[in-house]
Ligand binder design. Structure first.
Ligand SMILES: NC(=O)c1ccc[n+]([C@@H]2O[C@H](COP(=O)([O-])OP(=O)(O)OC[C@H]3O[C@@H](n4cnc5c(N)ncnc54)[C@H](OP(=O)(O)O)[C@@H]3O)[C@@H](O)[C@H]2O)c1
Length: 255
């Protein structure tokens, strides 16, 4: 089995490792022994290592999972030339990665936290020579989409990387609406879970506008609720959220 080396052992690394277990040998480098021990206790199959002042990365296939603002501190501690470098860092440009960490080939990728359920929507771009292996690795944690430009990855970061948080707000608000109208919280949450589970497969082959039209009858409950959503700016709120997250990804890329 090919070995993958995770650097960073936070939320994203954990979500991805769970999806890749059994298909790759996985080693994880982190800077905190306690959180590494916790990860090893949770996932026995992995090897964990504490990051040193110098860490040999020659020939390794690295999945870089630290925050973008940790790169300057981490990079000087990595010596040698990796075989491949897959970065999940939001906004951080390929050019910056190439300046700071040596590798034969580079990929920028943007998975999301659904990776732990093998349901990530992951976008990728970078060196064509690594395209096939990148799609294979990240295909193990869900759907993949290869993009031609880094600008598109920054937009995808907003839509699908941050997307679970945006959908969480919608899910919570729907449940709050149910409770506000008189439903018990548990029942409202159960309704929302079922709603999202049933909606996902519909979205695969039906446009959102068609789903909406199929539910909305003249003068009915859906039309009334829908008009209220438009009046309260839900659509524009989502468009602005994507713009704002995209702007932030661009800002991170400039540092
Ligand atoms: N979370 C998401 O949904 C998501 C989705 C797509 C992409 N991403 C990207 O994934 C990356 C990690 O995000 P995350 O949510 O996993 O963050 P996180 O939970 O905070 O994990 C960050 C990891 O990096 C380690 N770290 C921080 N500074 C370091 C340094 N100077 N040297 C070595 N290790 C360092 C942290 O160690 P400590 O535990 O010691 O702090 C931790 O293990 C980010 O670049 C983000 O853009 C995240």
């Amino acid at each position: 089995m090919t070995k993958l080396t995770f650097i960073g052992n936070g939320n994203m690394a954990k979500a991805m490792i769970k999806g890749l277990l059994g298909k790759y040998n996985i080693e994880v480098y982190g800077r905190n022994q306690t959180t590494l021990n916790n990860l090893k206790n949770e996932i026995a199959e992995i090897e964990t290592y504490l990051l040193d002042d110098t860490n040999e990365i020659n020939g390794k296939n690295i999945i870089l999972c630290v925050k973008p603002n940790s790169l300057d501190d981490l990079a000087p501690k990595l010596t040698g030339c990796a075989n491949s470098l897959y970065s999940v860092l939001a906004g951080t440009k390929l050019e910056t990665l190439k300046e700071k960490i040596k590798a034969t080939a580079y990929i920028r990728t943007m998975p999301n936290v659904a990776a732990s359920y093998q349901k990530s929507m992951t976008t990728l771009t970078g060196d064509g020579a690594l395209k096939e292996s990148a799609l294979e690795i990240f295909g193990n944690i869900g759907e993949t989409l290869w993009l031609k430009t880094e600008k598109e990855i920054d937009i995808a970061t907003a839509v699908a990387g941050s997307g679970p948080a945006f959908l969480a707000l919608i899910a919570e608000a729907l449940s709050d609406g149910g409770v506000n109208a008189g439903l018990a919280r548990n029942d409202a949450n159960t309704l929302v879970q079922g709603l999202f589970a049933g909606f996902a497969p519909m979205l695969v082959d039906t446009k959102p506008s068609e789903i909406k039209d199929s539910v909305m009858s003249p003068g009915g409950t859906t039309a009334s609720g829908y008009a209220s959503m438009e009046k309260n700016g839900v659509r524009n709120g989502m468009i602005e959220a994507i713009k704002s997250a995209y702007d932030k990804a661009c800002e991170l890329g400039k540092k």
